[in-house]
Design a protein around this ligand. Structure first.
Ligand SMILES: *[C@@H]1O[C@H](CO)[C@@H](O)[C@H](O)[C@H]1NC(C)=O
Ligand SMILES: *[C@@H]1O[C@H](CO)[C@@H](O)[C@H](O)[C@H]1NC(C)=O
Length: 444
């Protein structure tokens, strides 16, 4: 059955309270600005899964039938730009009811697969394929892009192939480009000059003719980062990375012995503090040697806390203590195999919202949801998660698939891009699963 269970759809509508059943354009009134639609005309759920939202939150399906939507951003005219992997860049006009009233293709290019960023003035759009990042002159009035120019070239074409792009709000001449590892355990990537498992920063005001070469130019925003897909700016324009960590890990105690499967809850996915992109950060975050403990109980040869780092096979020259001395551990551990894709802070930087694409290497499955990580501002002025570093539970679910444990990539929500509306009245959530949806998620 390819439709939502009617009962759960009605239940979802019932939760929406003020909805007038039978009136598809009924909206929940807001004090000002764009209304929040409770449903959108002609948009019907065709997924077989049922979503649920945390108390105080609601969601509305805005669109289906997009081609693997990934990056989301608003242009200066309030159009929602969506990077559709394998298709290109599309622009979506929001009608006065808050639903999508029209859509157009801005860039038709099958190689585009994830990255999307806009310059501070909104006049340049950045998009990426696996090996290349380009800029285009962008006209928000006509939603057209012209003058394709290579900004970064020569990125590793294999392995993890999304290239997250982000423009620093505080230093709008800085473009961040994340590049993951070539595989699960990419040995050579322990050296940052390999140009993998790193985040790099490039000065947009000095792009050389033909573009920067990824491996040899620009500067670092950390290395030993297996696949830092989500790059998130806090209120000081400092960067947080959310990392997709390894699969199928085992542990052999120091001195040898039996290999123990620890992979169900290890290694944890990571929330890493990468810091100020205007200066080179050459800290090593551990990959591919030091992995973050998610569940210490299955590593029986040694006592760990959640969030500390362990080796698969400690030896006489490098062991878990070497990890503690040399690697920068994550600020927060996130459940293993959740697959974080994107993140955004709310208006006052008191929460970071992160999309978890969902696991393939864990039974029962996990992820397939959007989480909220509470943050606070320290006396120093820095932003920091509320939960301590050894908390494995420093976040909560906001929007999730009800049968999370039995989810597969084709049968559940696959959240990718998350983006607040410019007035922070709602969050847009893309899902690149079987039906390519766009939702709004909002407090009500
Ligand atoms: C195209 O972009 C390049 C690089 O930003 C710039 O030097 C050039 O002037 C632009 N060409 C046009 C026709 O706008
Ligand atoms: C110990 O492990 C480290 C880190 O993986 C590696 O670089 C080193 O070659 C290993 N040493 C021995 C003696 O196996």
């Amino acid at each position: 059955m390819m439709y939502w269970h009617a009962a759960s759809w009605v239940a979802a509508l019932a939760v929406l309270g003020s909805v007038v059943l039978g009136n598809p354009s009924a909206t929940i009134p807001r004090q000002a600005g764009l209304p929040i639609p409770a449903s959108c005309p002609g948009v019907t759920a065709t997924s077989r899964y049922t979503l649920a939202a945390a108390e105080g939150w609601r969601y509305t399906l805005l669109a289906t039938g997009l081609t693997k939507p990934r990056g989301l951003i608003f242009d200066t005219e309030g159009h929602l730009l969506v990077l559709e992997a394998g298709k290109g860049l599309t622009a979506h006009t929001l009608g006065s009811n808050g639903c999508i009233s029209s859509s157009r293709v801005v860039i038709s290019m099958a190689q585009l697969n994830h990255g999307l960023a806009l310059s501070a003035d909104g006049k340049t759009v950045y998009v990426s394929s696996s090996p290349t990042a380009w800029s285009y002159a962008y006209d928000a009035t006509t939603m057209t892009a012209t003058n394709q120019t290579v900004i970064v070239k020569g990125m590793n074409p294999g392995g993890h192939n999304s290239r997250t792009l982000a423009v620093s709000p505080k230093n709008p001449n800085l473009l961040l480009v994340s590049l993951g590892s070539n595989g699960n355990i990419d040995g050579p990537a322990v050296v940052k000059e390999t140009g993998r498992a790193i985040v790099k920063v490039f000065d947009l005001s000095q792009v050389p003719a033909g573009g920067y070469t990824y491996n040899t130019q620009g500067w670092y925003l950390g290395y030993g980062l297996r696949n830092e897909i989500a790059l998130v700016f806090d209120g000081n324009s400092m960067v947080w990375g959310v990392e997709n960590s390894g699969d199928d890990l085992t542990r052999v105690a120091a001195g040898g012995g039996k290999s123990v499967d620890v992979h169900i809850d290890n290694p944890a996915e990571e929330l890493n503090y990468l810091g100020d992109p205007s200066v080179s950060n050459e800290k090593w975050y551990g990959y591919p040697t030091c992995w973050t403990v998610g569940d210490p109980s299955v590593i029986k040869d040694k006592t760990f806390k959640v969030g500390q780092q362990f080796m698969i096979s400690p030896n006489t020259t490098f062991d878990d203590a070497s990890c503690a001395a040399k690697s920068t551990p994550p600020r927060l551990a996130i459940k293993a195999h959740s697959a974080p894709i994107d993140g955004k802070f709310d208006k006052d930087y008191s929460n970071m919202y992160v999309s978890l694409h969902g696991s393939w290497n864990r039974q029962p499955a996990t992820g397939y949801k959007v989480i909220q990580i509470p943050f606070r501002k320290l006396k120093s002025g820095d932003y920091d998660p509320v939960a301590p570093q050894d908390s494995g539970t420093g976040y909560s679910d906001v929007l999730w698939t009800q049968n999370e444990g039995s989810c597969s990539s084709s049968s559940c929500l696959r959240p990718t891009g998350v983006l607040f509306h410019p007035d922070y009245s709602r969050m847009y959530v893309a899902s690149d699963g079987s039906i390519g949806e766009l939702y709004i998620l909002y407090k009500a």
